[in-house]
Design a protein around this ligand. Structure first.
Ligand SMILES: [Zn+2]
Ligand SMILES: [Zn+2]
Ligand SMILES: [Zn+2]
Ligand SMILES: [Zn+2]
Ligand SMILES: [Zn+2]
Ligand SMILES: [Zn+2]
Ligand SMILES: [Zn+2]
Length: 208
């Protein structure tokens, strides 16, 4: 309950008789951002970003990367610097990235999205960046699983000589490969992140 005393934004109510004098208005209050937050989650103010972000704090689970001018998760061991990219918006939820209190996720390709948007996007079986279509992470483990699946499942006779023209969304080269329903593998960079551009029947056997 708010006693409606007029006062500057602060963690606690100025009125000493008010229950919010002891308790405070919210679990978290930042007197720089004038931000109140009552949600059950940790939040901290980064003086370099000059904004409040979700997390325990700098040096605990986040560090501020000076080159990116952004807070990055300490769990993100292979952080790649992403200068100037944070002026844009998240490709998933379209909110601005820099003023966001949400933790951010820098992708391999250099694009950035909210960590929560990334997790949600990955749960939908997506592994390519929605902006540039490159793999968001190192997919070599997943691709070797696909290699195994291709080896173990022979294609029906009708497809034995079907050759696909492909465009690789990782190395951006075009090439050819045998058609397989598991996936079409780029012969140049071994990625399965490819698009089929067309197919034809090879008369002689195609080299494996
Ligand atoms: Zn009050
Ligand atoms: Zn703040
Ligand atoms: Zn920061
Ligand atoms: Zn960085
Ligand atoms: Zn987002
Ligand atoms: Zn990208
Ligand atoms: Zn490739």
């Amino acid at each position: 309950m708010n006693c409606k005393s007029l006062q500057p934004a602060a963690k606690k109510c100025v009125n000493e008789d008010c229950e919010l004098h002891e308790k405070g208005f919210a679990k978290y209050f930042c007197n720089i951002c004038n931000l109140f937050d009552d949600r059950p989650r940790p939040i901290f103010h980064c003086p370099y970003c000059n904004t409040c972000r979700m997390g325990l704090g700098l040096g605990i689970d986040f560090r501020h990367c000076m080159r990116c001018n952004a807070c990055v998760s300490l769990a993100d061991k292979d952080h790649r610097c992403i200068p100037q990219k944070l002026q844009g918006s998240c490709p998933i939820c379209h909110d601005t990235l820099f003023n966001s209190t949400e933790p951010l996720k820098g992708l391999r390709c250099g694009h950035v999205m909210h960590l929560s948007c990334y997790n949600q996007y990955c749960r939908g079986q997506n592994y390519t960046c929605p902006l540039c279509m490159r793999c968001m992470e190192d997919m070599s483990d997943y691709f070797s699983l696909l290699d195994q699946a291709v080896r173990m499942q022979a294609m029906p006779a009708a497809y034995q000589n079907t050759i696909c023209n492909i465009y690789c969304q990782d190395c951006e080269k075009t090439g050819e490969c045998r058609y397989h329903f598991v996936g079409l593998k780029c012969t140049q960079c071994a990625s399965y992140n490819t698009r089929e551009m067309g197919r034809y029947e090879q008369l002689a056997a195609f080299p494996n």
